[in-house]
Design a protein around this ligand. Structure first.
Ligand SMILES: [Zn+2]
Length: 249
């Protein structure tokens, strides 16, 4: 194809056409199966998408707060259980913190918790409702660059990596904030999941251009290994999603 892109996971060029949907082309790596929107949106377009993504929908987006907090508390408890006992107040970072639910749950569980989030409306909501935590507006790449001496014992990143255009810079920025042994909890839709609708356009997680990268149980661990993660374990996901726990090497 013209302007042939290379695979962000394995570097192979000449991906196969996968699907054209509403004028958008999805391609699939012939070598590793990684699937993505081509061309990817420009970074400025992505920022704009999240700057006004929730305009008019903020009410709906932050409904079901009780349900979000319940799920967040379960995950925060799981994460605190993975922290070494010698750390009295482990530090957690939520990448793509949304309205701050997991950050607040992490604080309740005993973490010193920070959230980074691109959408200013979400950051404003988080600061207003969960003021005992730290929330920062921006990309994780900028945060890592601006805080070279900052580190976290645990990083949580749920349903975010499918939105980014450069998975390598994203995961590299996360890895740079984690010392050896720190725990990463990462979730994203799973394009290879047995419960994904056979017609991908019927899958609620098939959502270009918002979701532009589509991982499976092989490509996501491979990406993490590339950026210095080890001991990668998959947690059971009944919905077509991936939940990985990994440690920084
Ligand atoms: Zn590939």
């Amino acid at each position: 194809m013209p302007d042939s892109p290379s695979c962000q996971i394995c570097g192979a060029t000449d991906p196969a056409p996968f699907l054209t949907h509403r004028g958008m082309d999805i391609v699939r790596c012939r070598v590793c199966g990684f699937t993505w929107l081509h061309p990817l949106p420009a970074p400025a377009t992505v920022s704009a998408m999240y700057t006004d993504a929730y305009a008019g929908t903020t009410e709906g987006y932050f409904s079901k707060v009780d349900k979000k907090m319940r799920r967040s508390r379960g995950r925060a408890r799981a994460l605190i259980g993975m922290m070494p006992k010698r750390i009295s107040k482990p530090r957690l970072l939520d990448v793509g913190a949304s309205g701050g639910f997991l950050v607040e749950a992490a604080r309740e569980a005993g973490f010193d918790a920070t959230g980074v989030e691109l959408d200013p409306a979400s950051v404003a909501f988080a600061k207003q409702h969960y003021p005992r935590n730290t929330f920062i507006q921006g990309t994780i790449e900028d945060f890592a660059r601006q805080n070279p001496d900052t580190w976290f014992d645990a990083v949580y990143c749920s349903e975010v990596i499918e939105h980014v255009t450069d998975a390598n810079s994203f995961v590299a920025a996360i890895a740079a904030l984690m010392p050896t042994g720190a725990v990463l909890y990462l979730t994203t839709p799973d394009i290879g999941h047995w419960r994904r609708p056979r017609d991908i356009t019927h899958w609620d997680a098939f959502d270009p251009p918002s979701h532009c990268l589509y991982f499976d149980k092989r490509t996501l661990p491979r990406l993490l290994e590339k950026h210095g993660f080890t001991d990668i374990r998959r947690r059971l996901a009944l919905k077509p999603g991936l939940k990985l726990i990994a440690r920084r090497r």
